[in-house]
Design a protein. Structure first.
Length: 885
DNA sequence: CTGCTCACG
DNA sequence: ACGTACGTGAGCAGC
């Protein structure tokens, strides 16, 4: 038994291998089991032989929503994964669960990349790693600590590769495997390589020059025939290498402790084996029971079997007397800074305070029931937090501000937020738990519970502050952090706490009206259908429309018929029920999500909605809003727009003022692309959609029809999103040819935009990331995927993110400025909402005039671009009735 | 808990 | 030949 060995398994590779190596077996029920049988067999064999301390499996995960969304017409033309194989993946995962082996998958990544990431972390923890796969690409991961078990022809034969073996077999080091592929290419993965260069040439060149880059650099020194092959193919070679390179820093939260191998859940595994009729495996399992790992298993907690990873502990002193509180404050004052970990729950208050002061032990200040900020530990906390001279570091400072607010404490001197900093370093991660970022950036494991664990968190915040700031400086994101994101934390906290006032009466009336309309529509729909069914169930609705009423099927989803609005609109002519369904859907959405959904979240104390603005959610830098989401309140259709009537000022004499950036994304595109036509249009104050229409349709500005403008508007949007003729055609309901000609015309008339797009994608490929105007960074590992779709997605994200993200930069900057001005000038106005390119204020009538000047100035001058930023301001008694001033 | 659908910029 | 526009959050149904 080797406790320090981790086995990582490429699930996709093994299952595919097994599927092709073993004839189509099935159980008596007809369930095909060949691949899952081979897979299970192989894993059991390796586990038995190696008896590792840890084990994990990785799977590919593509863009399932797109991949499976076939048009009915095309059904059956193409099968990526054979029907006999697809369900076996599910079975394999069931078996893994029963074996208590964790498996990892992440949207947009291949198993390879997850393995690379796991290996990286495991190596850092000092583990020995064995990779089990049928994919030779994995050989690039071989190192002194990592070896690869490669399946041969069949599946039971395994060949073990260490560094020496790779050298013997391929004549290159493991690290050069990717260079080999860059030159040689790989038809199976659609990697071009350099035509004319095969294995021999590639190896010989690499022996002399080390890498693809090395060869290109010394291209002059190469024999003429090689020069000839390589010239003009440099980029292709570099790209090929990148495509073959396994990503090792996939943004995933990996807890190696979850991977400790504890033996299977015998009972469950046996059940599955019986169902699948794996007789030999059943025999194997039952004969082994009671031996080895199975016997020492109880119902222990997961953490009980921790692998040999160092768990981080911090010493701490409990502080209880007033004298000691004073001493802590002296220490913190002296140091000038402290990391604060508040143990508490929003709305309930703080239970304990852990302070990490540089050079001192962590201090624990416990809060006794009934304590308040006038005496005891909370008064010490108040003194600390309200002293601006002492810099405070938090993880999730906005949450801390809420907790402090509960005790009447106002935070001054916020100097770092490790959650927000970790987000800037990798905005694509799914979450930023302190535990995860401490592991990622400090390599330490935080214990889950207890006072030492909490003390360790305070200490970790202190250390992370240093580490993350260093990284921000390295990436030149420190200004973005200090000047925008960090001050924004407090601005958002204030917006959340203020909330936006709601007219509950109006909300009730809307709900009642919607109740009547949905009921009436449902009755008619049921009558036309000839039976009662749940209209909200896409499954039942599909059966009615397509099985019973025999309407034509235009689109399917992974699980059945699609019944979305796009499909229903196509069916409108076919049956009168369809229009009623569209109306019903609309009304039902308004009622459940908005009328009733919002009403349920109104705070009875304040009469306001207190949304949470998340600062660390989007990959582009935008904010998101939740519980409730106030960034998607209806506006496009009159029926939904009414919902905006319920958003009102908090008191009599106040008004709602909205300020939105006009065409900010296209202005940013003009600035970044320097396209003449776009720059000119914005500088002249022209309507951009009219201008694009004039370019695309080749008519003078004054002859652009509304229809032309509409189409041009869709083209402009398409450009920002990464256009395709298909997407544009669908959006505009024109033919694909027509859409294509719009796009071609557009690029012919706006070559600057074309060049900009090409440049951004090229730079993204070179650097692996894209940036915004304020240097916000987004990594795009998708660009290097071997999967065509994922790669294309990466390219669209590469062009969209600088635009969307820069718009986010600008409005965030404006929010910080506005908030500061409002404070300094003692305005009673409250900023209440942000909707990506729009800010909403609740303002006393007397302040409106100066407010308009202030807001417009801060927003339009947040950043100076090569085109003007224009802000439209509206005013009204509620969010619905705001009118241009 | 996942998939579908739909609301917004 | 691939499959089809970027970024979100929420409610509901059904496994």
């Amino acid at each position: 038994m080797s406790l320090d060995t981790l086995i990582v398994i490429d699930g996709n590779s093994l299952i595919h291998r097994a599927f092709h190596a073993i004839p189509l077996l099935s159980n008596s029920q007809g369930v095909i089991t060949n691949a899952v049988y081979g897979f299970t067999n192989m894993i059991l064999k390796v586990l038995k032989e190696q008896d590792p301390g840890l084990v994990a499996v990785a799977f590919d995960k593509g863009k399932v929503t797109f991949r499976h969304q076939d048009f009915a017409d095309y059904k059956g033309t193409r099968k990526a994964t054979p029907d006999e194989l697809r369900p076996q993946f599910i079975l394999a995962k069931e078996i893994l669960k029963a074996m208590r082996i964790p498996y990892f998958e992440l949207e947009g990544y291949e198993a390879d990349d997850l393995i690379g990431t796991i290996v990286n972390q495991a190596e850092a923890s000092g583990l020995n790693i064995l990779i089990l796969t049928g994919d030779r690409d994995a050989l690039q991961l071989v190192s002194p600590k990592t070896r690869v078990m490669l399946t041969r022809k069949g599946i039971t034969e395994i060949e073990l590769f260490d560094e020496g073996k790779v050298w013997d077999r391929f004549g290159v080091t493991p690290g050069q495997i990717v260079d080999l592929k860059g030159l040689q290419g790989d038809p199976s993965d659609n990697i071009p390589g350099v035509p004319g260069i095969g294995e021999k040439t590639a190896v010989a060149l690499l022996k002399d020059y080390g890498s693809v880059e090395g060869i290109i650099e010394k291209i002059e020194h190469l024999p003429p025939r090689f020069q000839k092959l390589l010239r003009g193919k440099e980029d292709q070679a570099i790209l090929s290498k990148k495509l073959a390179t396994i990503i090792r820093d996939v943004p995933m939260e990996l807890d190696l402790s979850q991977c400790s191998w504890r033996g299977p859940d015998h009972q469950r595994l046996l059940e599955i084996f019986k169902e699948l009729e794996f007789k030999s495996l059943i025999k194997q399992l039952t004969s082994e029971q009671g031996t080895a790992k199975s016997s020492r298993e109880g119902k222990k907690k997961f953490e009980s079997d921790l692998p040999p990873l160092e768990t981080y502990q911090a010493g701490y002193q409990t502080v209880t007397s007033q004298e000691d509180f004073d001493e802590v404050l002296v220490q913190a004052s002296h140091a000038g800074r402290a990391a604060v970990f508040l143990d508490g729950v929003r709305g309930k208050g703080i239970r304990a305070v852990y302070l990490a002061v540089p050079g001192q032990d962590v201090y624990l200040l416990t809060v006794k029931p009934g304590d308040d900020s006038s005496h005891g530990s909370l008064s010490a906390l108040k003194a600390l937090c309200e002293n601006e001279a002492i810099k405070k570091y938090f993880h999730d400072a906005k949450d801390a501000i809420w907790l402090l607010h509960h005790h009447g404490i106002k935070l001054q001197g916020l100097a770092f937020d490790t959650m927000v900093a970790a987000y800037l370093l990798n905005p694509a991660a799914s979450h930023y738990d302190l535990t995860d970022i401490a592991l990622e950036h400090l390599g330490i494991v935080l214990p889950p519970e207890g006072e030492t664990a909490m003390a360790a968190r305070a200490e970790a915040i202190l250390r992370l502050t240093e580490e993350l700031f260093k990284k921000l400086v390295q990436r030149e994101e420190d200004r973005l952090f200090i000047e925008v994101e960090l001050p924004l934390v407090a601005v958002l906290a204030e917006m959340e706490m203020a909330g936006v006032a709601v007219d509950k009466q109006e909300l009730k009336e809307i709900s009642a009206e919607l109740h009547h309309s949905t009921e009436a529509l449902a009755a008619k729909i049921h009558e036309l259908a000839g039976e009662n069914f749940n209209i909200n169930s896409p499954k039942q609705l599909g059966q009615i429309l397509f099985d019973k009423l025999k309407l034509p099927v235009y689109k399917k989803t992974r699980t059945g018929y699609s019944t979305d609005a796009e499909v229903l609109e196509k069916l409108a002519e076919e049956h009168e029920i369809v229009d009623l369904l569209l109306q019903y859907r609309q009304m039902a959405k308004l009622k459940s999500t908005y009328a009733d959904g919002l009403a349920a979240l109104v705070d009875p104390q304040t009469g306001c909605l207190h949304s949470t603005f998340h600062q660390t959610v989007t990959a582009t830098g935008r904010l998101s809003s939740a519980e409730p989401n106030l960034q998607n309140i209806p506006i496009r259709l009159a029926s939904g727009r009414r919902i905006r009537k319920v958003f009102i000022p908090r008191q009599k004499g106040n008004l709602i003022l909205t300020a939105d950036y006009s065409q900010i994304e296209l202005r940013i595109l003009a600035h970044m692309s320097q396209d003449k036509s776009f720059l000119d249009a914005f500088r002249q104050g022209q309507d951009i959609h009219t201008r694009t229409a004039s370019e695309v349709f080749g008519v003078p500005l004054d002859q652009v029809t509304p229809e032309m403008r509409n189409r041009a508007k869709a083209v402009n949007f398409g450009i920002v999103y990464g256009i395709s003729d298909f997407g544009l055609a669908r959006d505009l309901k024109v033919s694909r040819q027509e859409a294509k000609s719009y796009i071609e015309n557009f690029f012919a008339r706006c070559p600057g935009v074309r060049h900009y797009i090409d440049r951004v994608i090229r730079e993204a490929r070179e650097r692996g990331y894209v940036t915004t105007l304020l240097n916000r960074r987004r990594y795009l590992p998708e660009l290097f995927s071997k999967n065509f779709n994922i790669r294309n997605f990466g390219e669209r994200a590469a062009m969209n993110t600088p635009i969307q993200g820069s718009a986010a930069d600008i409005i965030k900057l404006a929010m910080v400025k506005i908030s500061k001005e409002l404070k300094e000038r003692d305005f009673a106005t409250q900023m209440v909402l942000q909707v990506h390119d729009e800010l909403i204020f609740d303002a006393p009538e007397a302040e409106i005039e100066p407010l308009i000047v202030l807001v417009r100035d801060c927003m339009q001058n947040a950043l100076t671009l090569d085109v003007p930023l224009v802000v439209d301001i509206k005013l009204g008694p509620n969010w619905y009735e705001t009118k241009p001033i």
